[in-house]
Design a protein around this ligand. Structure first.
Ligand code: HEC
Ligand code: HEC
Length: 205
């Protein structure tokens, strides 16, 4: 028993160490509040449904997305490829990531209440019949994600953005999920379930 506690403590500390080691929020602030602010909001809270909010998002996840946009293979976006190029090094991406991670999510995403019951059911418990896993297993009961593990925060995101990403994983046009985690998770999800879960995600604030 003691051994288990000790080893999970060591694991926890090393994960926390990884998340901590990297970015410098102060160094990332200027880029974020000038260049990126135009679309993602000065404090990382987007006002536009297809521009994701980054406030409170994990540093490691943000830096990974920047690297993936740059590589133009597993996540492609014409706008973001140019923006990512402005962050010359991995350290620059981590700094911007640390800035956003330090900001407070303040979502203004509208929600269609009529879809929340189904959305909650899928988010909390998945769909046993069709093999859809519970989203909260990785993204957390409140959608805050798990920053050390690189599982993104989803809470409060506009439904348009969330639905676009889910469809992209489903049809494989976004394939930057290690071990096909998301492509497999969404494979057998219906369009109605997908829309409902996006509404539930938008309602998590
Ligand atoms: C002209 C608008 C625009 C600007 C400026 C912009 N972005 Fe983006 N960003 C987008 C769009 C649109 C997406 C969503 C792309 C998609 O649909 O996959 C995005 C996605 C992202 C993502 C992925 C978020 C997620 O949840 O997966 C990150 C990280 C990001 N941007 C960081 C930045 C940074 C850092 C800057 C500044 C250097 C920046 N962006 C500047 C429009 C912009
Ligand atoms: C086994 C863990 C796991 C499960 C279960 C899971 N996800 Fe994910 N999800 C991830 C990871 C990891 C990523 C990030 C992949 C990457 O690096 O880009 C992700 C990314 C996403 C994104 C993109 C976020 C963004 O900002 O672009 C959405 C949306 C999403 N998941 C929704 C869901 C939904 C809805 C469910 C439940 C049906 C679900 N996920 C279940 C691990 C998981």
């Amino acid at each position: 028993m003691k051994k288990i506690i000790v080893s999970s403590l060591v694991l926890f500390m090393s994960l926390a160490g990884v998340a901590h080691a990297a970015g410098d929020a102060e160094a990332g602030k200027e880029m974020a509040t000038t260049v990126c602010a135009g679309c993602h909001g000065a404090d990382g809270n987007s006002m536009v449904p297809l521009f994701p909010s980054l406030a409170g998002q994990g540093e490691k996840y943000i830096a990974k997305q920047i690297a993936d946009f740059k590589a133009m293979t597993t996540r492609k976006d014409d706008t973001m490829v140019g923006m990512a190029a402005m962050l010359a090094t991995e350290q620059d991406a981590l700094n911007v990531g640390a800035f956003y991670a330090s900001q407070k999510l303040n979502s203004t995403a509208p929600v269609d209440e009529s879809k929340l019951a189904l959305g909650r059911e899928i988010y909390k418990g998945g769909n046993l019949q069709t093999g859809v896993p519970a989203c909260q297993g990785c993204h957390g009961p409140d959608g805050a994600g798990n920053s050390a593990a690189g599982y993104p925060q989803l809470a409060g995101q506009f439904t348009d953005y969330t639905i676009k990403q889910m469809r992209a994983f489903k049809d494989g046009s976004r394939s930057n999920d290690d071990r096909k985690i998301m492509r497999n998770a969404l494979q057998s999800m219906t369009e109605a379930e997908l829309e409902a879960v996006a509404q539930y995600i938008a309602s998590l604030k």
